[in-house]
Design a protein around this ligand. Sequence first.
Ligand SMILES: *Cc1c(COP(=O)(O)O)cnc(C)c1O
Length: 373
Amino acid sequence: MIPISVPFIDQQEIDAVAEVLKTGMLVQGKNVLAFESDMTKWLSPEHKAVAVSNGTAALHMALVALNVGVGDLVAVPTYSWPATANAVELCGAQPLFIDIEDQTWGMDPDKLEHALAQAKQKKQNVKAVIVVHAFGCPAQMSPLMSICRDYNVPLIEDAACAIGSTWNGKNVGTLSTMGCFSFHPRKIVTTGEGGLISTTDANMDRNLRALRNHGQDPLATSPDFISAGFNYRMTDFQAALGRVQLGKLPQMLEKRRQLAQIYIDLLSKKTSLGFQTPLKEMQTNWQTFAVTLPRNVQRQEIVQKLSQKGITAMMGTWHIPLIRYFKTKYGYQHGQFPVTDQVFAQSMSLPLHHTMTEENLVMISDAVAAALT
Ligand SMILES: *Cc1c(COP(=O)(O)O)cnc(C)c1O
């Protein structure tokens, strides 16, 4: 079976982790600091980087650091991994779901503006906006950033999928108050479980470092606790793994971009599939290669036919308002988020990873074309 994704782990990672294990110093320590400094170099020199236990923890902490709580609304896109909206619920706040647009599959700027205007009229407190770079493809940051500026609402990027993606030459995850990353094995850079928050704000950085470590003030010379913090720390051997992975990122990005281009060329010749489309000012990392099937096609049938040929294909990600928890709690219905309804129903992700060859792509695109006829 050709899997959807494979982490790129070799002897270098194994050696780096083993070295830390041999020291007996396992929890957050000098490797976490070094990983954070590597991430700062990668993201931008102005950005501080706070490593945490996973991407969901990063989102949760970012909201807590903005004092999001009971009675607040946080705008989130409807099409994402549930963690984006769960983080809002974990703070006692309520997600204000915004439909996506059909190019980047990120939050629709016009619909955000409309929702913020309505909330303002109703005197509701929208405490933050979280945009998602869906499958690694940057959301439409130009209008989204300017709307958040106009309404004076802090913007958070859920860049869990998007390490290495850029907007106007800048790394996504550095375009907002806080950028949240994940290093889950489905993402391009992995630490097993892991996450990170980037910010340029020194005060926010201090609060985040305290929040991940039981509230302990990172600047105090003797132990002092300044908030009711979590334990959201990354372990030191995960950070050692992350450092090696980060070193491979340029190589992984290049390979993925080559493969994605070949996929698009082959599939547009052979099929009538639609594609997630980055705008011209964006470069995506192609963390997940997702296509849309024609409306009259049942995805499950295509997935089965591909599986018979040894190819893993699967649905894209979730229509969050329609998963049981949110649907039951808030009563969302099909039809309220029409673009998400359609992308959720018709999107399909195909294998894309560093071990794949052009021959694999030819075979897969032939199989997809055959399955569609
Ligand atoms: C993976 C992912 C998360 C969660 O990250 P974890 O590290 O698995 O907690 C959040 N948001 C998006 C968009 C993701 O893809």
